[in-house]
Design a protein around this ligand. Sequence first.
Ligand SMILES: *Cc1c(COP(=O)(O)O)cnc(C)c1O
Length: 438
Amino acid sequence: MTQVLPSPTRDAARSTAATFTGLKCKECGAEYEAKATHVCELCFGPLEVMYDYSALSKMVTRESIEAGPHSIWRYRSFLPVASENPIDVGTGMTPLLKANRLARRLGLKHLYIKNDAVNMPTLSFKDRVVSVALTRARELGFTTVSCASTGNLANSTAAIAAHAGLECCVFIPSDLEAGKVLGTLIYNPTLMAVHGNYDQVNRLCSEVANTHGWGFVNINLRPYYSEGSKTLGYEVAEQLGWKLPDHIVAPLASGSLFTKIYKGFQEFIKVGLVEEKAVRFSGAQAEGCSPIAQAFRDGRDFITPVKPSTIAKSIAIGNPADGVYAIDIANKTNGNIESVTDAEIIDGMKLLAETEGIFTETAGGTTIATLKKLVEAGKIDPNETTVAYITGNGLKTQEAVQGYIGEPLTIEPKLDSFERALERAKTLDRLEWQQVLV
Ligand SMILES: *Cc1c(COP(=O)(O)O)cnc(C)c1O
């Protein structure tokens, strides 16, 4: 990497096409200019992007969106960027799959999988938030971008920074899966592997952000970054034929993604793109890091931080910034927040792979295991149109399933060797032979 220069945080020239009007504190409502800032100076609440919704409802139609690019940028006017040419690496518009075999297995009638395991360019939903954050970072004049990551964010920030020609320095806990580390290093950023958990990495990054003038996608650029997750809501609405589902299930790390799917649905209702509907929101956590699920279960409206210990490293945030907002949404939509064990997560990954041909990572296993648990507890009605959000790819967390998925049958390049192995396979009940042979 070349020398990293501190970058000034000047405000970008605002295009008249921009529909966002500034930042607003989620707690006290104080308003701020759309700069690289994320905390309210008055009450320390988180800042969120504001839009001119009356302008948006005049400007945007279903047809104008459908005529846009096949990426998140078809929703550009709902995103906090001013440039006409955002960083477009093909992020978004991932498949919404009708999951009939998984539905039958679980006892549901109308189940869909939103498959961000195949999002571009780095196979997780994080490409959405990073595409938005780096576009805004460029507008604000940053030349070096950074992040505190549980793995996928590092992959995404390094890849999209490389494409955009931005300097990149990312921070991860040092115990991440090999695929996440390699999947960052290949883009040749500066990668800092920190001896500590994500929450410690994040604290360190807050200090670096104060001293180095870098654009941290999930710290000083967090208001812009988090808006990228709204596209997971928009796409599902559009892909269901401009209708909202009855129930969604999504994983929770900081809780941001969950709250932004909600915001996305609300915005589409507000500007008249979909009919009003009370969508139920249910969240998924790994038991080994479930501060939001624990607070929900106890009926608390505050989070007690925990020390993470789970195979679901990508969602292992012990002190989740948006946890209280996630609880509020689950409560007011009559949803739930559940946690599942590591063994259930592995079963969830296998179940999704065997029924739908989707290899997800541990976060997706958490979502499927939680979906199963909620159905079994009668907390999802079989008749509800339910969407499960699969947010990452299983090739990145191979160590999680190693030893739980059998072995190949190694044979000689001879027919009799194959026949013997086939007999053995039948006794192992590896495939549904009865069904295949009749
Ligand atoms: C980051 C991440 C999430 C959740 O992120 P939030 O912090 O809750 O927005 C979910 N799944 C995967 C695979 C992730 O990498």
